[in-house]
Design a protein around this ligand. Structure first.
Ligand code: NAP
Length: 254
C-alpha cells in the first residue's frame, strides 16, 4: 500500500481509468483503489494484464470491473458504459488516460480518432453516469499541451497535435460539466522515463531523454506521474483547470 492519497478518501466512490491495463493508467487505477474506490479497468488488447491487476485490487477488498473496449469504436464505448451502469450505476471519477498514435500500421487519421474523437465520445457517454461532485481528469504531455508554442520531435508531432485538439475539445465541455458540479482537470507531464513512447522517441532521436532530463532537472517515472494523475482526481480543481507536473521552463506559453 502507498500513501499517494489518504486512506479511505475514495471510500464508496467508483472510478474508471481508460487504458489502465498498463503504464500510467495501471498505476493510477491502483492508487485510486488503494484510497478506497471501486474501479473499472479498461484495456484494448492487454486482457491478461488487466485481469492480473484486477485480481490484485480485489485482494484489497475493492469491486473491480474489467472492460475490453477499443475507444475509437463508438459501439464498444457504448457497451463499456452499459457494463459500468449495470455493475455500479454511477461514476465519481473518470480519468481519460488512454492514448496512442505512434503504433505502426494504423490509418493516417488514427491519432485524431483516438486522442480527440474518442476522448469526447467517452466523456459524452460517461456524463449521464457522473455523480454531482464527480471529477474528470484528462492526461496529456507537455509536448502536446504546449505544441502550439513549442515545437516537438517530428515523430511525435501528429500525436501532440491530436492530443492538443482533444484537450481543446474537452475544455469546451467545462461549462456544462461545471453546471452539473463536475470538476475537470488536465494533467500534463514531460516525457516519462521507462514508457514505450519515451523509448520510441529515444530510438528515433538518440539522446532525447537525457536532453529532456537535463533541461527539466528531473524526469518523472511512471509511478510518480501516475501519483500526480490520481491526486488531480481528488485535489481542488485549479483555476485554469490545468495541473502542470514538473519543470515547464523549456516550454513557451502563449
Ligand atoms: N509516455 C510518456 O512519456 C508520457 C508523458 C506525458 C504524458 N503521457 C500521457 O500519459 C497517458 C498514458 O501514457 P502511457 O505512456 O502510460 O501509455 P501506454 O503505455 O502507451 O498505454 C496506453 C494505454 O492506453 C490503452 N489504449 C491504447 N489505445 C487504445 C484504444 N484505442 N482503446 C482503448 N485503450 C487504448 C492501452 O491499452 P492496451 O494495453 O490494451 O493496448 C494502454 O492501457 C497518455 O495520455 C499519455 O499522453 C505519457
Amino acid at each position: 500500500m502507498t500513501d499517494v492519497l489518504p486512506a479511505g478518501s475514495l471510500d464508496g466512490k467508483v472510478a474508471l481509468v481508460t487504458g489502465s491495463s498498463r503504464g500510467i493508467g495501471a498505476d493510477t487505477v491502483r492508487y485510486l483503489a488503494e484510497a478506497g474506490a471501486d474501479v473499472v479497468i479498461n484495456f484494448r488488447n492487454k486482457a491478461p494484464r488487466a485481469e492480473k491487476l484486477a485480481t490484485q485490487l480485489r485482494e484489497l477488498g475493492r469491486r473491480v470491473l474489467v472492460v475490453g473496449a477499443d475507444l475509437t469504436d463508438p459501439a464498444s464505448v457504448g457497451e463499456m458504459f452499459d457494463a459500468v451502469k449495470a455493475e455500479f450505476g454511477r461514476l465519481d471519477v473518470l480519468v481519460l488516460n488512454a492514448s496512442g498514435g505512434m503504433e505502426s500500421g494504423m490509418a493516417e487519421d488514427y491519432a485524431l480518432l483516438l486522442n480527440r474523437d474518442a476522448q469526447l465520445s467517452v466523456l459524452d457517454e460517461a456524463t449521464p453516469l457522473l455523480s454531482d461532485d464527480a471529477r474528470v481528469v484528462f492526461v496529456t504531455s507537455h509536448q502536446a499541451h504546449f505544441i502550439r508554442t513549442t515545437p516537438t520531435m517530428p515523430e511525435y508531432e501528429p500525436v501532440a497535435l491530436s492530443k492538443r485538439a482533444g484537450e481543446d475539445a474537452l475544455r469546451e465541455r467545462i461549462p456544462g460539466l461545471a453546471e452539473k458540479g463536475v470538476g475537470f482537470t488536465v494533467v500534463s507531464g514531460d516525457m516519462i522515463e521507462g514508457t514505450i513512447t519515451a523509448t520510441l522517441l529515444e530510438r528515433a532521436n538518440p539522446g532525447a531523454i537525457a536532453e529532456r532530463r537535463e533541461s527539466a532537472g528531473k524526469l518523472y517515472n511512471v509511478s510518480e506521474f501516475a501519483a500526480e494523475v490520481a491526486r488531480a482526481a481528488v485535489d481542488a480543481v485549479p483555476a485554469d483547470n490545468t495541473r502542470l507536473v514538473g519543470d515547464v521552463s523549456a516550454f513557451a506559453t502563449e
